[in-house]
Write a protein that binds this ligand. Structure first.
Ligand code: PRP
Length: 221
């Protein structure tokens, strides 16, 4: 069967609701916890056989792996039926996806961070969360400039690129190791199950037991 034929059969099977669920999962430290939670909720998911495959058949579901921030897009556009992503990402995107389960893990704070003992007016804030940061600064009446970075945001404080950063604090290890401190907590985040609304209707017989199974896990609600 050609790849085109396979795609066509696959599309028909999806319409009929007969094909496996497609799950969008974030690479990195949340991946292992996500796979564990999905297994505990009743899915039989095999470990990936090919260490570099970005899309693989794990048994009860097809897993597609991507950066955290891309999970909502894959679910919103229906390429994935469901996904697991941090609330921080959903808030930053202004996501309107259905979030039926707070999974409880990957719990962290979104905080304003400065070098230990820093004082004085904040002129520039670096962050991966420009929308949340701008709205936080506006609420505080600050006119500080917001600079978007893509990773290792705390480096901005260490190098003088910015006099504060807004970033995620999970264990606090990054702050301790870099002489930084939380000045204010802006919000809280944890991993959420997000689902595509059409999938919920068309493939509810597969998605609903998964949602119920995840809700029953310790720490989830
Ligand atoms: C996140 C975040 C902090 C760190 C906080 O970075 O941006 O740097 O984790 O965690 P901690 O409080 O446990 O030290 P991540 O490792 O996801 O990498 P990134 O900054 O490149 O996105």
């Amino acid at each position: 069967m050609s790849v085109a034929d396979e795609r066509s059969v696959s599309a028909e099977a999806r319409v009929a609701g007969a094909e496996k669920l497609v799950l969008a999962l974030p690479k990195g430290r949340v991946m292992a916890a996500s796979m564990a939670a999905l297994r505990e909720a009743g899915l039989r998911l095999a470990p990936r056989a090919d260490g570099r495959a970005l899309r693989y058949d794990a048994g009860d579901a097809i897993v597609i792996e991507m950066r955290n921030a891309d999970v909502p897009t894959y679910v919103e556009l229906g390429v994935a039926d469901a996904g697991i992503v941090g609330k921080d990402v959903l808030l930053e995107m202004g996501s309107r996806l259905a979030e039926p389960v707070d999974l409880g893990f990957a719990a962290c704070r979104l905080s304003l961070i400065r070098p230990v003992g820093a004082s004085g007016t904040i002129e520039r804030v670096a962050t991966k969360y420009p929308r949340l940061t701008a709205s936080y600064l506006a609420r505080r009446g600050s006119s500080a400039e917001v600079v978007k970075l893509n990773g290792n945001v705390e480096l901005a404080c260490l190098t003088g690129l910015a006099d504060a950063v807004v970033d995620v604090v999970e264990t606090g290890g990054t702050l301790r190791d870099n002489d930084l401190e939380e000045v204010d907590v802006i919000g809280h985040s944890s991993a959420r199950l997000v689902v595509n609304r059409a999938s919920l209707k068309l493939r509810g017989e597969r998605l609903r037991p998964l949602i119920e199974g995840l809700r029953r896990l310790p720490g989830a609600f």
